[in-house]
Design a protein around this ligand. Structure first.
Ligand SMILES: *Cc1c(COP(=O)(O)O)cnc(C)c1O
Length: 438
């Protein structure tokens, strides 16, 4: 009894290093602190593992000035843009940075793209200690390369990693490193309209142990993949199946974080929706069948209100909703218009913008009264994805999409966001990686 007690104590103190990064984190975080939920978890972890580990304030943070570059000797030729399949082609280089609770962030490396060495006991492989981001670099024929609101992706990745005990980092430093990687592989960015370079930052908990707990080793890396347009020819509306048999997220769950655990379980529901003749799930929640998200995109609806105004509705953020960068951008553009500060051609004059609950009963009623004007998904991959049909209770609710596949609000948002991504519409959201040649 005694000895197992002291063994347990030894075990705790051996693992004391693990919670240390939480303080380092707070010190180095430039864009945001972890959400209160993560902070509570990490604080209680810190209490649990009373510390004898290095003072986190002395540990090195992520530092782009320490970058080491090893060029790929065997460069490959980017395939013709018409042959790109989403996410299956990778560029010549990748960025990797290691972290340990004893030594903090190591030197960032840009190195030839290739396999990662991985211990079979690495925590990520067993317990999904991983979180990721999806962002894009946009190129034009002059050679100019831009990113769109990368600070938002860094802020979100910091929240997501903290939720699964991974170390946070200085987002500004990771943006600098991503710019270097994108510049080096800039010739991989297809410049045809609608094409881009998908940039995937991801962090893994790599401590080799079958123990379930906070990791004391992590790997941050970034890979890039040239992608074609979401819509090959014209905009194509999608059909959604209202799904109440499965949920994507729940109060107290991880739906508000881009953590890998949210995605694998969504594949079976997606396949079932396809088998039933639809393109994607409409994730519903609770006894009132609250609408939450579409596949892995945020959801927007355009309604005519009973007093004749036009309302743009999206569910409010919280545990059920991933805080999308596209969602935030659409809301900002719509609010700028609605307030009269930045009017947008193509948006209705009497626009009301709401982040609120909306359930299937309201959608059904609005549709039956001809007040359901538009429905669309929003995310980095497609920007907007118009919906023309929602399967629910064995029937289809039809949504007008017009001749060109999307309603006026959907189309206007697409134009406004694409314009800002490529810098054609001046905006502080557009971050230049590399200027083009005139
Ligand atoms: C990534 C993601 C989104 C969209 O976020 P963007 O930042 O706009 O790309 C929406 N919902 C889920 C579940 C996601 O994973």
């Amino acid at each position: 009894m005694q000895s197992s007690m002291s063994r347990a104590l030894r075990c705790v103190s051996r693992r004391a290093g693990v919670a240390v990064h939480t303080q380092a984190t707070r010190r180095t975080l430039s864009f945001s602190t972890p959400s209160s939920a993560s902070a509570v978890i990490l604080n209680s972890t810190r209490r649990q593992y009373a510390t004898s580990a290095p003072d986190p304030a002395t540990l090195p943070g992520l530092d782009a000035s320490k970058l080491k570059v090893t060029l790929n000797e065997k460069r490959s030729t980017p395939p013709p843009s018409s042959e790109l399949k989403f996410g299956s082609t990778f560029t010549d280089h990748m960025l990797t940075v290691k972290w340990t609770s004893e030594t903090g962030w190591g030197d960032p490396q840009i190195q030839p793209f290739g396999d990662l060495p991985m211990h079979p006991g690495a925590m990520v492989l067993h317990y999904a200690l991983t979180a990721f981001e999806g962002m894009k670099a946009y190129g034009d024929p002059s050679g100019r390369v831009t990113l769109f609101r990368p600070d938002k992706n860094m802020e979100r990745l910091n929240r997501s990693v903290a939720r699964v005990t991974l170390p946070t980092f200085d987002g500004g430093e990771l943006i600098k490193l991503i710019k270097e990687l994108v510049k080096l592989d800039a010739h991989w960015i297809p410049t045809e309209p609608g094409h881009s370079l998908y940039v995937r930052p991801i962090m893994l908990g790599t401590q080799p142990t079958l123990y379930v707990g906070p990791t004391n080793e992590a790997l941050l890396y970034v890979v890039c993949s040239p992608v074609g347009p979401y819509y090959k020819t014209a905009i194509k509306p999608v059909a959604l199946l209202g799904t109440d048999k499965y949920i994507r997220a729940a109060p107290g769950g991880t739906g508000g974080y881009k953590v890998a655990v949210n995605y694998a379980p969504a594949v079976v529901p997606q396949m079932e929706a396809e088998a039933a003749g639809y393109d994607q799930n409409l994730w519903l929640f609770g006894p009132e069948y609250q609408l939450t998200e579409v596949g892995s995109m945020n959801l927007f609806l355009v309604l005519r209100t009973k007093d004749g105004a036009t309302e743009l509705v999206t569910p409010a953020l919280g545990d059920l909703i991933l805080p999308g960068v596209t969602r935030d951008s659409i809301l900002a553009i719509a609010r700028g218009h609605a307030s009269g500060k930045a009017p947008i051609d193509g948006l209705p004059k009497d626009l009301v913008v709401s982040e609120r609950k909306i359930d299937m009963a309201e959608v059904k009623q609005a549709a039956s009264e001809g007040r359901l004007l538009e429905v669309f998904g929003a995310g980095t991959a497609a920007i907007v994805s118009p919906v023309d049909r929602i399967g629910w209770e064995g029937k289809d609710i039809m949504i007008p999409c017009g001749e060109d596949g999307a309603g006026p609000v959907t189309k206007t948002m697409l134009r406004e966001i694409v314009g800002r991504q490529y810098g054609r519409i001046p905006s502080e959201w557009c971050v230049v990686v590399k200027e083009g040649e005139a």
